[in-house]
Design a protein around this ligand. Structure first.
Ligand code: ZN
Ligand code: ZN
Length: 343
């Protein structure tokens, strides 16, 4: 059976069916629709005001590659300027190739690029050094968690360095749904409360952050990269991913097979939920060292670096981990589902 005609331009042959709607489109019409939807997400959510200087967290991977490409296409309409900021975690054999992909993109798209390295920002600590120090040898599973904390800090520093007013990251709907599901499964009401919405307004002096691809499915991000012929770096990090996220991902895949709207429904659920007053976590204060939001004396990044620098890595990680859990998952007697009320 020949491919149907594109439902949008009615002239070209359709190249794909949109995973969510089943609509048959040609590649060009699909890419235009994808860009229009990201534009709508940004405008409807008032994510990026006119004149914003936007730091794009660029990893060389598919999500940030697509994000940078789409925002570059939308920049004149949105009246924003873009600056790619890449973080060099110091992961031998992995990061170098990914950074090469980012450099290639920056040159091809004529976008300014700044690379910030853990080593420079964090007193000589690379992720490989942190891993050696925390696990004795090999690359431990908790690395992902700590790397996430440090990367967030590094991106913030990089964005400030280039005079950015806003930070955008490439998280897509599948990433967000996984996170929401994990928070539900852990009964983590505090994170559910903070994780909703399309971004954070920049509390505690942090730059406002948002995720313009938050409503775009992973499949469509891949399709967009394909039809726009974008080259990205697709290798997995050498450090094992967080195990629990893998379980959430598998579960979500099965849910999606039975109910294609499950991913977006979950993302929207988090936006519409509100915590009951009794379940609200205490308002975080400021880190005594760097001023970032913290629910203890030190923020996560400072607590982790403090332990590493005191030469007590194992102790520091154990302690840091508890601090992370306390900060990320306040222990509450009220299960998340009971604590939440829908508007
Ligand atoms: Zn078409
Ligand atoms: Zn701090």
């Amino acid at each position: 059976m020949p491919a149907p005609t594109c439902a949008s331009c009615h002239t070209a042959r359709a190249n794909l069916r949109r995973p969510r709607s089943g609509q048959a489109l040609c590649g060009a019409c699909f890419c235009n629709a994808f860009e229009a939807e990201v534009l709508h997400t940004v405008l409807a959510g008032r994510l990026l005001p006119r004149g914003a200087v936007v730091a794009v967290g660029a990893s060389g991977g598919k999500d940030s590659t697509v994000l940078a490409h789409v925002l570059r296409a939308l920049a004149p309409q949105l009246d924003i300027s873009l600056h790619l900021v890449a973080v060099d975690e110091g992961i031998g054999g992995y990061r170098d190739a990914a950074l090469a992909a980012v450099r290639h993109q920056a040159a091809r798209w004529e976008l300014p690029l700044t690379v910030v390295a853990y080593e420079d920002l964090f007193g000589g600590w690379t992720m490989d050094a942190v891993a050696r120090s925390t696990a004795g040898s090999g690359r431990s599973r908790s690395c992902c968690t700590f790397c996430g904390v440090l990367r967030r800090r590094a991106l913030e520093e990089g964005a400030r360095l280039v005079g950015a007013t806003h930070i955008v990251t490439g998280h897509n709907a599948d990433d967000m749904a996984e996170t929401v599901l994990m928070n539900f499964l852990r009964g983590d009401a505090g994170r559910l409360a903070r994780g909703g919405g399309l971004g954070s307004p920049g509390e505690g002096g942090a730059l406002p952050r948002c995720r313009p691809l938050q409503l775009a499915s992973q499949k469509e991000v891949v399709l967009y990269a394909h039809f726009r012929r974008l080259h990205y770096f697709s290798e997995e990090c050498v450090y094992a991913p967080e195990a629990f996220r893998g379980h959430a991902r598998d579960l979500l895949k099965r849910l999606e097979a039975a109910r294609p709207s499950a991913v977006l429904d979950l993302v929207h659920s988090a936006e519409r939920l509100a915590l009951a007053p009794t379940a609200r976590p205490p308002r975080p204060g400021a880190c005594s060292r760097c001023g970032a939001l913290a629910s203890r004396a030190l923020c996560q990044a400072c607590a982790l670096l403090d332990g590493l620098n005191r030469g007590l890595p194992r102790l520091a990680i154990g302690k840091g981990r508890r601090e992370l859990e306390l900060e990320e998952a306040p222990r509450r007697s009220v299960p998340a589902a009971d604590a939440l009320t829908a508007f």
